[in-house]
Design a protein around this ligand. Structure first.
Ligand SMILES: [Fe+2]
Length: 402
């Protein structure tokens, strides 16, 4: 029986929210309550959620997803990679060739975003909940950005979603076995890692070759320096061995492709239906007994939809693939190299991604995996590697281009 405990509130305040989820024996999460708190510590609303379970079943599928978090994690983080690679590596350098597809159009989309999206008074401030503090929040999020933690295994461990286990596939045991983002993500992560390893080991036969490649060393230095106030962080890995080179390149490819895709292309499919994830809710909980309170009780969806339509239009545009998109495992120029070993390794990478597609389809149709489809019957496809153009809720483009 949902109840709403009214709090002292005015229309100028904004809630901070926290959701409490219970992990059940069948592997699904049951939302118990959303805590709505205002700056004063006594002002806390607790909204039990029996009624909204189907909407919250989506929580598990989207790793995180608000623009203030998106910006620094992919769009901003990728820029110093693009600049350092273009400035320090010759177009024939093997690492330039490896990374080039993953930087396509990233500078363009960021320049565009600075003009209309993230600028003062721009679309973002209009539509997401922090309003004019959106960019300030992004900067705060960026303060916590740690390059090696962008690796999926490290991220899952840090979030308490997995523990190290050498006997498990990928060396990780998931604490929620049916966690679609992690299950599909780890397969994609290790496919990228194998590809980067096979490719790099062809050009670098020893750790010495990595150390003696002065262009490579200058590249890595500029890449770190390009992160401004983060350049002296102790967590920056070195690139002195083949293992270190492979690890860092795998992280760069992962950020540009799958990590961005998992968040970006689900924005409209999941949040286009506003009750799933309201952006800027312009209303506080109404007074009991008022007409608005009655509407919330009798027709909660209508009450939610009275927020913003501009936000929906924006995420619809951002969730679209362009018609000339290149997906993970594809390249725009077949003649990018004549070296047979790397070409063969790239072929194996594409083949593995094709297998992952089949595995995703198979798991989505197996009722055993309850979190992959959920009560709303919407299968998890955000890490399905390819897609047709348009609004499909699937496909991993090579680069951050939207
Ligand atoms: Fe994006």
């Amino acid at each position: 029986m949902p109840y709403l405990r009214r709090i002292n509130s005015t229309s100028t305040k904004m809630y901070a929210t926290r959701t409490l989820l219970f992990l059940q024996n069948d592997g699904t999460l049951k939302p118990l309550a959303i805590e709505l708190s205002l700056p004063h510590p006594k002002e806390i609303n607790l909204v039990p959620l029996a009624k909204y379970t189907h909407q919250l079943s989506m929580v598990l599928k989207v790793p995180f997803g608000s623009w203030p978090k998106l910006m620094p994690q992919f769009h901003a983080a990728i820029e110093p990679f693009v600049i350092a690679t273009n400035r320090q590596l010759c177009v024939l350098h093997p690492i330039y060739k490896l990374l080039r597809p993953h930087f396509r159009d990233s500078m363009n989309i960021n320049a565009f975003a600075r003009q209309i999206l993230i600028n003062g008074g721009g679309l973002l401030e209009e539509t997401v909940f922090p309003g004019r503090y959106a960019m300030e929040m992004s900067s705060l999020v960026y303060k916590n950005w740690v390059f090696p933690e962008q690796a999926l295994p490290a991220d899952l461990i840090k979030r308490g979603m997995a523990v190290k286990d050498t006997s498990a596939p990928h060396g990780l045991r998931l604490l929620i076995k049916d966690y679609p983002y992690a299950v599909d993500g780890l397969k994609i992560w290790s496919a990228i890692e194998t590809w980067v390893k096979d490719y790099s080991n062809f050009y670098y036969k020893s750790d010495g070759m990595v150390q003696e490649d002065t262009d490579l060393q200058s590249w890595w230095k500029e890449l770190r320096d390009g992160h401004g106030d983060k350049k002296n962080e102790p967590w920056w890995p070195r690139v002195q061995s083949r293992r270190e080179l492979i690890e860092s390149c795998t992280i760069i490819v992962w950020i540009a492709s799958a990590l961005h895709a998992a968040v970006n292309f689900g924005q409209y499919p999941y949040a286009g239906y506003l009750p799933n994830r309201p952006t800027l809710s312009r209303r506080l909980m109404p007074e009991p007994g008022s007409r608005k309170y009655e509407e919330l009780e009798s027709n909660p969806e209508k009450a939610f939809l009275r927020t913003t339509l501009l936000g929906i239009s924006l995420i619809e545009i951002l969730s679209r693939h362009s018609s000339d998109e290149f997906y993970l495992g594809q390249r725009d120029t077949p003649e990018w190299t004549n070296d047979m070993e790397p070409l063969k390794a790239f072929g194996r990478f594409g083949k593995r991604l094709g297998e992952i597609e089949h595995e995703i389809v198979k798991m989505n149709s197996d009722e055993k995996w309850k979190n992959r489809v959920g009560p709303v019957k919407m299968p998890y496809t955000l890490l399905y590697p390819t897609s047709e153009g348009g609004l499909t809720g699937k496909g991993i483009p090579n680069s951050v281009s939207i």
